[in-house]
Structure formats: structure tokens, C-alpha cells
Design a protein around this ligand. Structure first.
Ligand SMILES: [Zn+2]
Length: 204
């Protein structure tokens, strides 16, 4: 008789995680059972302390306040449609003899948080800072949905021709920042004066 083999189970995987260069190992959910009531009681007693310690470690490593870390929809890669659009635009710019390159694309929430804190230091208020940098939970860069381009001439060229690939300048004061925002008829929305309009009323 052949040995019985347990049926193999496919590993569940999120559809959005296909590229997976940053796959995280599955966290172990099982814990060894304590051997006696004494160790169990001890474990129950220190559990809240352990939870606090691991929470503190998580803040330490992410560098983010917990409410920020929880609310940021952080992307693993630049949106593939945005990447394709930008690649096409770069080739077309080249044919026009214009240099166009991406100066900043996907950012992690902690990178964005650093930029945000630096902007707060520099500009002194939430509203002034957000005219130039958004906090992680509002930044399209953290969601993989925005690119900054340069040099100046290339950004101006993209502002003029980008809608062909769905690429739109978003903020009047940031001629380098582009997102895929064209409507079905291929036009870009009206420019916003600056990014501070995206701030919640109560964050002002
Ligand atoms: Zn940007």
C-alpha cells in the first residue's frame, strides 16, 4: 500500500502581492503550551508587559506613531499602470529631444514621515508644511500612485503632453508631481492650488 500523503494546501497569497519582492514570512500563531499551572499563571501575568514591549519595539522600528502606522495604505511597488505610463512618456520625451526622468516614486510610510517632520520643522505649521509635503496617510507616493519628475524642462514637457498617457500635474505649486488622473475623455482635472487642500478640516 502506498503511504498516505496529506493533501498539499496552496499557500494563501494576496492577489495584490504578486510581485512579492518583500514577502513577509507568515507570523507564527501557535505558542508552546506551558507545562504547569505555575508557568501559565506567570505567562498570563507578564502577557500585558510583553504586549507593551512588542508595541514599543514596533514603534521604534517603524519610526511612526501608532495611529499613522495603522492608517497608512502602504504600497509594495509603484502602481504598474503608472510605471508603464511614465516609461512611455520618457521614451516620447526622448524622441522630442527632452530629458525626462523620475526623481522620486514609491516611498515607504517611514520615509514620508521623515519628509513630513522635516517640512513641519521648516515651515512651522501643519498647513504651511502640507503645501509642500503631505503626511504619510495622505501621500499618493506612499500608495505607489505618484511620481516626481525632473529636470525642470522634462517636468514642463510632461505637464504639456502627459495626458496622452493619463499623467496629470496635480498641484499648481508642484510642476514636478504627476499622478494618473485623466477622466475617460482623456483630460486632466483642474489644478489644485497646493496639497494643503487635502488636509482634513480638523488637522488644520
Ligand atoms: Zn510628489
Amino acid at each position: 500500500m502506498p503511504p498516505s500523503i496529506p493533501p498539499s494546501r496552496p499557500t494563501p497569497r494576496e492577489a495584490s502581492n504578486l510581485s512579492g519582492p518583500r514577502d513577509r514570512p507568515a507570523a507564527s500563531t501557535s505558542r508552546p503550551e506551558g507545562r504547569s499551572r505555575g508557568t501559565r499563571r506567570l505567562r498570563d501575568a507578564i502577557a500585558p508587559i510583553l504586549a507593551l514591549v512588542s508595541l514599543a519595539a514596533a514603534f521604534h522600528f517603524s519610526g511612526l506613531a501608532p495611529w499613522v502606522a495603522d492608517s497608512v495604505p502602504e504600497a509594495e511597488v509603484l502602481d504598474p499602470a503608472l510605471e508603464r505610463a511614465v516609461e512611455r512618456a520618457i521614451r516620447a520625451a526622448e524622441r522630442d529631444g527632452v530629458e525626462l526622468r523620475v526623481t522620486s516614486g514609491l516611498r515607504s510610510a517611514s520615509e514620508q514621515d521623515e519628509l513630513w517632520r522635516a517640512a513641519l520643522d521648516e515651515h512651522g505649521s501643519t498647513v504651511e508644511a502640507s503645501r509642500w509635503v503631505l503626511p504619510p496617510e495622505l501621500s499618493a507616493h506612499v500608495q505607489g500612485l505618484a511620481v516626481d519628475v525632473g529636470p525642470h524642462e522634462g517636468a514642463a514637457w510632461l505637464g504639456e503632453h502627459g495626458a496622452r498617457w493619463g499623467l496629470c500635474q496635480v498641484f499648481a505649486n508642484e510642476p514636478w508631481h504627476f499622478e494618473r488622473l485623466t477622466s475617460k475623455n482623456g483630460t486632466c482635472p483642474a489644478l489644485l492650488p497646493d496639497a494643503s487642500v487635502l488636509l482634513d478640516e480638523d488637522a488644520r
